[in-house]
Design a protein around this ligand. Sequence first.
Ligand code: PLP
Length: 396
Amino acid sequence: MLKDLFKKHLAQTTDFLPIQLEIERAEGVFLFDKNGKKYIDLLSGVAVNNLGHRHPAIIEAIQKQLDKYLHLMVYGEFVQKETVELAELLASVLPQELNKSFFLSSGSEAIEGAIKVAKLYTKRNEVISFKNSYHGSTLGTLNLLGDEKYKRNFRPLIPNFKSLEFNNESELQKITNKTACVVIEPIQTAAGMITPENNFLTKVRKRCNETNALLVFDEIQTALGRSGKLFAFETYNAQPDILCLAKSLGGGLPISAFISSQKIMKSLENGHPLLGHATTFGGHPLSCSAAIATLKTLLNENIISEVEEKSSLFIKALKHPLIKEIRGKGLLLAVELGDKKLVKTFIENAINNGLLTYSFLFNETAFSIMPPLTITKKEIKLSCEIILKTLDSVLI
Ligand code: PLP
């Protein structure tokens, strides 16, 4: 049995609830298992498949690239058309200052790259993040993780990392002229979709300006349309000095980026024998081709403009005695049930009923709604019917 081999030979990541579905194919918002059972995907591979599964534009771009070449050289040595085009395209949709990209493969690497460049640029070493935040699992990003219980076993970690409370203005005085950078998600996703209140991000921006600390936005989940704008920072009147992207950028292939100004990125080149930062697969031509197709589709079709309306359809339809609150923005929603056991049972039953959802690292009493942005109104109706039916079944 494949499931037994999965458990025997693949290192496991959680004892909470490995989903263990055996998917044979995926199309649009649907996954199909080996028995032909259909699941509506409200996870999008955790905010990756913003255009759904196997979007034709992405498949076509990948197929074209397959006929040209795959890996040629490590990042930054050859002038690869796809890599340059993607960097140019990103610069064209971002504020003028954010015009230089460094491509890597995973979100954690993008965050680590951002921290390295911030340390080099500011010549400071203190890094600030927020409680209940997740920015990756590598030894570098682990320092940012906003909960000591996940870090304890790996100490000693890197010194001078501090963690502040999100949405608490008085905490911002802890950002000082010793701070190299502040790393923050515009919407705290792993905390269960906590949105900024009372212009919190504008205040963080202001404090960074006062102290000359760099502001790093982790838009690894929030970006590429999911919040209702291409980038979530567009909603909150605060522009980062460094922007980190990953997940949805590659349309299903691995690619990440940290993006900043010429001036800041220059510090990666200055004063280093060779390796300000380096990576083998960053800017891989296949991933870049898929990313260009993803971005162009999002820019040219009415997908992002419909996100808010689709979000409201979920919120309006999901009225149930077990639902205490629905938080978030756009198609980044958390449905709060207020009970961990209940959520676990709900997730299991929802999967049996043909709907895929999951809980949050720092909010196990809620389940997520983050479908492909291309989900239709009919598919939203179907999702809500399954959710309500499943909630009825766990109520009894
Ligand atoms: N930042 C955020 C907000 C994430 O959600 C994740 C992954 O879930 C990461 C960073 C790390 O990305 P990766 O798993 O690609 O290293």
